[in-house]
Design a protein around this ligand. Structure first.
Ligand code: ATP
Ligand code: MG
Length: 379
């Protein structure tokens, strides 16, 4: 079995592998790139596993003329930048001791040990630089059946790192077989150990949840999370019920995590998931607008590109398709210009009175569904 792809054939990527191999070490693609190549879906980032120690990797890469960043040197990872592509090169590792959050690692020269410390069998696949697949744990049949299974005993693996609970639902959403359902042993372990989620940093939780919510259809995973008591741990008060309706209404639109998040309800995710200032502001706008009764055009004018999220999320939550022609209406609002300016009201009005009058006229204009002209508004 061989994998291929432009990501792999890239001269810079081949160059990084060749430099390690020429120095007598192994250079194996691993994780997402191999998994996705085998599934024929786009490869996001290139991870390389090697038996060379991190300092050795740095020296070899620098001697070959590449830029090296010590991104995760304590965990054995250096980033080798070649041809504008970041390659995460990680030394084979085995986990020796854990506190449920941070693995203490020892380097290894054995690929089997490196495979054993990975989370799921479909993520423990490797490939040589020429694409030849290496499958130390028998993960290939799982991948081809789109079966997400923990490496080893699920409960034990979760106790080592509770983030694996969220990764379980994330990878199921992306790569699992929805008709086969989620792995029962894994689900039971996630349910039993869901309290461990409280120990995770908001950054890690937020990063996983963004990716989960951006899956083509996160509905079944979110339903399983709710059932296992996991959803309530990551977002208290959240409900997964409206998600399948939303995904249906989205039709062919590209998935957007924020839109999915909007229909979950529950507590404000800003601190729980460490949203950025911009994300939190956008989310707040969408959430507030869900409970306002603005027309599609008014939403387009007020929220710009976020209006689409509101229209779809609102429809999903009440379980009714949005009114016909709503997209044209949103677009009309997006390009509309409020016809009254401060200059139209001056010098008769000044200061706070001017502001209040403008606000009132704006409300009137929105009420008219953006149809009222300057003349009618001022007349
Ligand atoms: P993608 O990058 O598409 O999200 P990925 O599989 O590459 O998917 P990463 O988070 O980039 O996921 O991790 C790379 C690999 O490292 C995984 O495939 C897995 O083998 C291993 N890995 C990452 N995080 C963990 C973890 N918390 N526990 C065990 N193994 C992990
Ligand atoms: Mg990756």
């Amino acid at each position: 079995m061989k994998v291929s792809g432009s990501w792999m054939a890239h001269p810079a990527t081949q160059g990084v592998c060749a430099a390690l191999v020429a120095a007598g070490y192994r250079a194996l693609f691993v994780g997402g790139c191999v998994r996705n190549a085998l599934l024929n879906v786009p490869v996001a980032d290139v991870d390389i596993a090697t038996d060379a120690l991190p300092e050795t990797v740095s020296t070899i890469a620098e001697n070959a003329g590449y830029k090296v960043l010590p991104t995760g040197i304590d965990h054995g990872t250096v980033t080798v930048v070649a041809g504008g592509i970041a390659h995460e090169v990680t030394t084979f590792r085995r986990d020796v001791e854990t506190d449920g959050r941070r693995a203490v690692v020892a380097f290894s020269t054995r690929i089997e040990e490196d495979a054993m410390r990975r989370d799921f069998t479909m993520n423990a696949l490797y490939a040589e630089a020429d694409g030849t697949v290496i499958d130390p744990l028998g993960g290939l049949p799982d991948l081809l059946a789109r079966r997400l299974r923990f490496v080893g005993q699920a409960e034990a693996r979760i106790r080592e790192d509770y983030l694996r609970i969220l990764r379980f639902f994330r990878f199921h959403a992306w790569y699992g077989d929805a008709s086969e359902g989620i792995d029962p042993e894994g689900l039971a372990a996630c349910a039993a150990l869901s309290a461990g989620i409280e120990t995770l940093s908001p950054e890690r939780v937020g990063a996983e949840m963004r990716k989960l919510l951006a899956a083509p259809d996160p509905g079944p995973s979110l339903a399983a999370m709710a059932q296992a008591g996991v959803l309530a741990r990551v977002l208290p008060g959240a409900e997964a019920r409206a998600v399948p309706v939303l995904v249906h209404l989205e039709a062919a639109r590209p998935p957007h995590w924020l839109r999915r998040l909007a229909v979950l309800g529950g507590e404000d995710p800003t601190d729980l998931w460490r949203l950025s200032r911009a994300e939190s502001r956008d989310f707040g706008k969408v959430r507030d607008a869900l409970h306002e009764d603005l027309s599609p055009a008014a939403l387009g004018w007020k929220l710009g590109s976020l209006a689409e999220h509101v229209m779809l999320a609102r429809a999903a939550m009440i379980g009714m398709a949005p009114p016909g022609g709503w997209e044209q209406e949103v677009a009309r609002g997006q390009s509309a210009v409020f016809p009254v300016t401060a200059a139209d009201l001056m010098p008769g009005l000044q200061g706070p009175a001017l502001g209040a009058r403008l606000k009132a006229l704006e409300a009137q204009w929105l009420q008219s569904n953006l149809r009222a002209t300057k003349e009618t508004l001022l007349g």
